[in-house]
Structures are given as structure tokens and as C-alpha cells.
Design a protein around this ligand. Structure first.
Ligand code: 5GP
Length: 119
């Protein structure tokens, strides 16, 4: 799938749509999910035009992949979730229920999160 530069997270990254930013570095941008599923629900996106996990992992330059992974770790720490715990999740494609075609990680925390999947 080709990258759609008009997707909502691309617009947020370009500052065209407001968001509640919680973290930013050279590689990573993170903001509160508009429809939170946990007391803390933050979305982290790498600063690059990648549709999905497969696209990002295959095509992004190594410094962006490393920088993003490190950025998400710093984000979790900044949110105060390191000790209590948290969950990172990414949805890929239709079966994964991905709705925004810009690779993003969900970071959940702030309570015991329960089972991995609701059946
Ligand atoms: P996906 O289902 O693609 O993994 O997750 C997309 C997430 O983006 C959803 O949790 C949804 O609530 C969130 N979302 C969709 N539109 C917006 C928006 O305009 N602003 C913010 N902050 N979150 C959004």
C-alpha cells in the first residue's frame, strides 16, 4: 500500500491538526489517543512516511528504527510507567484492525491491563 500523505497522523506530524503532545525527539512524536482505552493511552509515531510495521521495519533507515525504539522507551519512562508496567501494541492491516495508515504504537498503562485479547 502506498503511503497516503493525507492520513490523520501525517497531518498531526506536520502540525496541521492539533493533538495533546506528550513527547518529541528527532525520531519520535507521541500524543494522547483521542479515544483512550486505558488511563494512559498514548500513540507513538516515527518521523517518517511508513504505512505499517512491515513497511517501517523493511524500509526505514536503521537510525530511525533505533531512534524510534529508544524514543518509545524514553516516553514510557517520562510517563512514569516503567515501574508499574505498561503494554505496547501495534495493529497491522485489516485483521489487526489498523485504522490509520501511518505506523504507530499504542502505549497503554495506568491500571492492570488484563488479558492480551478480548475474545
Ligand atoms: P489503529 O486502530 O490504527 O491501531 O489506531 C488508531 C488510533 O488513533 C485509535 O486508537 C484512535 O482512537 C486514534 N485516533 C484516530 N484519530 C485520531 C485523532 O485525530 N487524534 C488522536 N489523538 N487520535 C486519533
Amino acid at each position: 500500500m502506498a503511503y497516503d500523505r493525507n492520513n490523520i497522523f501525517a497531518k498531526i506530524l506536520r502540525g496541521e491538526i492539533p493533538c495533546k503532545k506528550v513527547y518529541e525527539d528527532e525520531f519520535t512524536f507521541a500524543f494522547h489517543d483521542i479515544n483512550p482505552q486505558a488511563p494512559t493511552h498514548v500513540l507513538a509515531v516515527p518521523k517518517g512516511e511508513y504505512v505499517s510495521w512491515v513497511d517501517f521495519s523493511a524500509s526505514a533507515p536503521p537510525e530511525l528504527i533505533v531512534g524510534f525504539v529508544r524514543g518509545v522507551g524514553k516516553l514510557a519512562k517520562q510517563l512514569g510507567l516503567e515501574d508499574a508496567g505498561f503494554r505496547i501494541l501495534t495493529n497491522h492491516g485489516a485483521d489487526g484492525e489498523q485504522t490509520v495508515p501511518h505506523i504507530h504504537l499504542h502505549l497503554f498503562g495506568g491500571k492492570r491491563l488484563g488479558a492480551m485479547l478480548v475474545k
